[in-house]
Design a protein around this ligand. Structure first.
Ligand SMILES: Nc1ncnc2c1ncn2[C@@H]1O[C@H](COP(=O)(O)OP(=O)(O)O)[C@@H](O)[C@H]1O
Ligand SMILES: [Mg+2]
Length: 365
């Protein structure tokens, strides 16, 4: 993307000051993002994003969700005491024609956010202090949206964590066996099936009305939290997947991605384990904020939610492997299978430490 193009796109938005420079920012895998600096130095900088239209088909609905949620967060932040005035809510910038995204002649969709000054994000959770801060940040996000009607949001990715739908797709893919890979993964298939019933717990609770549908973030990765120079978490970004859901999905995915001693696609399974100190730190930060409004039934399943999210993501990697690698980008033959195995190893480690995980949740509630 040439600078002239970027300048042209930025000029579609109502920015303060003048364009100075553009540089890629972050290591997100979904959108393309640039830091747009401006002059004079006392006006805000911006983050320009090319929205991944292949994943997010309905950009107007996506944008509506983000507007609804950020407006609510901002208003609510003004009203609550809770000692969180330091929290920053990112804001979409309007185009000159009054929209919140720009559709260019090549078919690309663009949006602009205010850049949160002097912040950074981490791809890897380096220590419990940072994990605790991330737990607080996602806790604050859930606290501030706890009185927003989740059903007023558009379901951007329908049935995203719907275990019954995912298992149906898995079994159908096995039946079709399009890449002729089924016979090589019988152990993994058995692993999935032996846990399938248990993994319906959250869905059942939801369907029985025992856990509430809430506003959820659905991408609670560590690098979607912004830290200030003192390593205090001050914002949550990446609001594309904000949808109605169960908070258990958000908590579980944060643990799956943030409290793993190995990489998501680690080949050496001995390196993959649940890091209980990071789990404890994240849970303590999260519960410090959320303990007083979450329902008992939600808290009861927090530890389980980490197992659930690890299972369902492993299931999706395995399904994609059997299908012939169509959904996730792969770097080499068997990459999806390696990812699935790493998730299943993480799940086994959580199973081994499940009692301790539950005890940790109990301590902080
Ligand atoms: N408003 C912002 N202020 C500062 N940094 C940001 C902002 N928005 C995004 N970033 C940085 O850019 C990265 C990628 O943005 P993100 O919205 O998470 O895109 P992706 O969906 O590709 O992950 C983030 O991890 C963060 O480091
Ligand atoms: Mg991101």
């Amino acid at each position: 993307m040439s600078v002239t193009n970027l300048i042209n796109i930025v000029s579609q938005f109502k920015i303060e000051g003048r364009f100075l420079s553009a540089a890629p920012i972050g290591s997100g895998h979904i959108n393309d993002s640039w830091l747009i600096t401006t002059e004079p130095s006392d006006v805000p900088d911006y983050v320009l994003q090319r929205i991944n239209h292949a994943i997010f088909r309905d950009v107007p609905e996506l944008t509506n969700n983000i507007l609804k949620v950020t407006r609510h967060l901002r208003q609510r932040l003004l009203c609550v005491d809770a000692g969180i005035p330091f929290f920053h809510i990112i804001q979409l910038i309007q185009t000159r024609t009054g929209n919140y995204f720009f559709h260019d002649t090549d078919g690309n969709y663009w949006r602009l956010y205010d850049h949160v000054r002097n912040t950074k994000s981490y791809d890897i959770v380096r220590n419990p202090a940072l994990a605790r801060e991330a737990g607080k940040a996602f806790g604050i996000f859930q606290y501030l949206t706890s009185d927003l009607d989740a059903t007023s949001l558009f379901e951007i990715l329908p049935d995203f964590h719907h275990i019954a739908a995912r298992l149906t797709a898995f079994r159908e893919t096995i039946r079709l066996n399009p890449a002729n890979r089924v016979s090589g993964v019988s152990d993994e298939i058995a692993f999935v099936e032996s846990r399938a019933d248990e993994m319906h717990s959250i869905l059942r609770l939801g369907e029985q009305g025992k856990i509430p549908l809430r506003v959820t973030h659905n991408d609670t990765k560590f690098n979607n939290v912004l830290f200030n120079t003192a390593d205090k978490a001050i914002a949550v970004v990446d609001l594309d997947t904000v949808m109605p859901g169960y908070i258990l999905y958000d908590f579980g995915d944060a643990i799956r991605t943030g409290a793993n001693t190995g990489a998501e696609d680690e080949a050496d399974l001995s390196k993959v384990n649940i890091d209980l100190s990071l789990f404890e730190a994240y849970a303590s930060g999260y519960l410090e904020i959320t303990d007083n409004f979450l329902e008992k039934s939600e808290i009861e399943y927090l530890a389980f939610s980490a197992k659930f999210m690890t299972y369902i993501i492993g299931l999706r990697f395995l399904t994609d492997y059997i299908d012939g690698d169509h959904y996730y980008k792969t770097m080499f033959q068997g990459h999806n299978l390696q990812r699935a195995r790493a998730q299943f190893k993480l799940l086994q480690s959580m199973e081994q430490h499940f009692r301790e995980m539950r005890e940790i949740i109990r301590i902080y509630t």
